[in-house]
Design a binder for this molecule. Structure first.
Ligand SMILES: Cc1ncc(COP(=O)(O)O)c(C=O)c1O
Length: 428
């Protein structure tokens, strides 16, 4: 029997048994069709069962299924590393593979700490993190996340960090809140930079924290603070990477330059597990030494798997050949218009509508005096959506969509008519 992730073992409704997928659709055992409005946990950037990704995986399977990546190498992993460096315009110099978002983040944290260790600054091992952060479910990735119901049982195992509020886009930019956050960060860095390894954040969108949109101006300031106080800037682009915010990577949208980025989710078009942590020359140079204590002793058994690497190569080819980022720009326009209509129609029920690239979100308002997260409402919203043939997964009171980029307008129309119904029948 399966122990399902993030699933209450007492009263969760039975899972829906999905049998096949095509583009933005998946179909259950009874043939019922669902629109995957959240790209299966934000992975299926080109939709399900994309023929080009399938063909590339099959061709690779006819050649080589797997070989370990230490002492051996193979064409898909090598080519993918070159392509990933190219889509980052050569800014990063090395690609370290692992298997999922959490491990990509673990690698990023460990590389940062060992970087300082290797250059003789062994006290630099504390990370700055933000109150909206989610970076995965391993001990390290939980340590740099916000404290939550997810992390509470493990608090005694989590390492030392310093938390700041995530500087948000919108009102907080105008009313001085972000300025105060940035001053606090600077003050802390001024006093503690000799102990700080790096600043870890999700650029532009804190995803699992509630699709919270970050302020671009603040991100630029955080970048300059990282240079001024010589701490590393570590971007978790597991969600924002691979076109999600409209550029291939969120850092490219803001023109800031992190030292390390973590990628996964959409990397293989969502088809096979793979992750990559990309580092600049500065980081890599600290590991070039005959001294064995300067080696990065980290690796996962399935690292850089040939089939997963081929899927990622195919996904990058689709981006190029189908001008996918141009389609994301059109999608963003659709999402903005749809949110505007909802906001106009339900001003007392929703707020904080926001869209960027292929991400659209809004907050459901609670009635006067009522606050907080209402689990049963989230469950009932999911159930209403599924009943109507749409896969949604609200984050507390935040309803969002993150569809595959090539989704048809007719499917978007259907998603937003169901969301309209959900808001109409929502009892705040
Ligand atoms: C920003 C971010 N980082 C890391 C992770 C963890 O990825 P995984 O679930 O593949 O371990 C997630 C997953 O949602 C994420 O959104």
């Amino acid at each position: 029997m399966i122990w399902y992730p993030f699933t209450n073992q007492e009263d969760a409704p039975p899972p829906i048994h999905i049998e096949r997928g095509n583009a933005e659709f998946v179909f259950d055992k009874n043939g019922k069709r669902y629109i995957d409005a959240i790209s299966s946990w934000w992975t299926m950037v080109h939709g399900h069962n994309h023929p080009h990704i399938k063909d590339k995986i099959i061709a690779q399977l006819n050649l080589l299924d797997h070989v370990m990546l230490a002492d051996f190498t193979h064409t898909p992993a090598a080519e993918l590393a070159e392509k990933l460096i190219a889509v980052n315009n050569g800014y990063f110099k090395k690609v370290f593979y692992s298997d999922n978002g959490s491990t990509a983040v673990e690698v990023m944290l460990k590389l940062a700490v060992q970087y300082w260790h290797n250059i003789g600054q062994k006290d630099k091992n504390i990370f700055i993190k933000f109150d909206t952060a989610y970076h995965g479910d391993t001990i390290g990735s939980m340590s740099v996340a916000a404290s939550s119901i997810f992390t509470q049982p493990f608090t005694p195992l989590l390492f030392e960090t310093k938390t700041f509020f995530y500087p948000r886009q919108g009102e907080d930019e105008a009313n001085g809140i972000n300025e105060k956050i940035l001053e606090d960060i600077e003050l802390y860095l001024k006093e503690n930079h000799r102990r700080i390894a790096g600043i870890v954040l999700e650029p532009l969108v804190a995803a699992a924290g509630g699709m919270v949109f970050g302020a671009q101006t603040a991100l630029k300031r955080i970048y300059s603070l990282s240079r001024k106080y010589d701490v590393l800037l570590l971007f978790d682009e597991v969600f924002t990477g691979m076109g999600r915010t409209g550029k291939m990577f969120a850092y490219q949208k803001v023109d800031v330059f992190p030292d390390i980025i973590a990628l996964s989710k959409g990397l293989t078009g969502g088809v096979l597990p793979l992750a990559a942590t990309l580092v600049t020359e500065r980081i890599h140079k600290a590991f070039i030494s005959k001294d064995p204590s300067k080696t990065f002793y980290h690796g996962h058994t399935m690292t850089g798997n040939p089939l997963a690497s081929s899927a990622a190569l195919a996904s990058l080819e689709i981006f190029e050949k189908d001008n996918v980022l141009e389609k994301v720009a059109l999608l963003e326009k659709y999402l903005k218009d749809a949110l505007q209509n909802l906001q106009t129609k339900y001003p007392s029920k929703i707020t904080n509508t926001r869209a960027l690239g292929s991400v659209a979100a809004f907050d459901l308002l609670r009635s006067e005096g009522k606050t907080g997260y209402v689990f049963s409402q989230t469950q009932s919203i999911k159930a209403k959506a599924v009943e109507a043939g749409i896969i949604l997964r609200p984050l507390g009171n935040v309803i969002y969509v993150t569809p595959p980029y090539l989704i048809q307008d007719s499917s978007l129309d259907k998603i937003f008519s169901v969301i309209d119904y959900i808001v109409e029948t929502y009892e705040s």
